[in-house]
Ligand binder design. Sequence first.
Ligand SMILES: *Cc1c(COP(=O)(O)O)cnc(C)c1O
Length: 352
Amino acid sequence: MSRYWSPLVHRLSPYVPGEQPRLPNLVKLNTNENPYGPSPRALAAIGAAVNDGLRLYPDPTGMALRQAVADYYGLTPAQVFVGNGSDEVLAHVFLGLFQHPAPLLFPDITYSFYPVYCGLYGIDYRTVPLTDDFELRVADYLQPNAGIIFANPNAPTGRLLPLSEIEWLLQRNTDSVVVVDEAYVDFGGASAVVLVDRYPNLLVVQTLSKSRSLAGLRVGFALGQPELIQALERVKDSFNSYPLDRLALIGGVAAMEDRTHFEHTRRAVMESRDALCRELEQLGFRMPPSAANFIFATHPQRDAAELAAALRARGIIVRHFRLPRIDQHLRITIGTPEQNAALVAALREILA
Ligand SMILES: *Cc1c(COP(=O)(O)O)cnc(C)c1O
């Protein structure tokens, strides 16, 4: 606290990311990073761009990356906005599309950055409870709102909302934007991108952090009709004209183009996830079906915080949220088969 701070700063409750400890041999399953490395083509492209060219500013429009994303999804660059991680894209979405005289709606259990942006931008919001099984009921969102946002698959539950339900909502909520945060969609979901041409009220947000294993590069994007993209451009150009650096733009393009590596690694994660679910179920854990690169597990006889602490003592870090309704769950990122085996072995020991 300081008298030099703007009044708003006193009132902020900043987002707390999962910890990034620097311990050797840690099995780090707490922040949904990809256990496999990024595309070798992306790494080579970034390496080749580490040269005198860094003297120059990057392309402020990020056109090469927008084109690569557009090509991947069969859209035009005018339907693509790129940002410095999807967190930055989301920040511009909140400022550019959600400041209207009604509350923003999002699930009570979802990405915990959403209320943080509301605090930063003074956006009124209302949370809509998921069912006891963590399912999102789209009918609950048919109420006056400044916008609707949810993650699909949801975080931290991993649950997927079918495309048909999203379309049902888009048809009935036409006066505000529905934002689908698809950070995990490549691990088992159907993207709402296919609806972009038909629904001017739809914005899809994705990231290269998870399924393309580039959390460290900070690249995210939004897909929607040009009218929505222009709002984000206007906010960006009033905030930072060059959010994506030259390396991020070049690496992002190569990562979007390298479909082989992408397919191979996301399939490996999905197979490991399904195997890990079966093993955890044998140990007595319960979990909703996951379409993401993590699972959300609870054990009927064991306290989640104690399990997390016991895992930590064995060098394995998972995420535990001390929040209502989910404080008996652990969010466990899918690791390599070796990391998953270490997790199962440690849990077997702890539960014995
Ligand atoms: C990881 C995550 C993001 C942020 O991703 P970045 O692109 O790394 O900023 C956004 N939304 C959800 C739901 C996430 O889990």
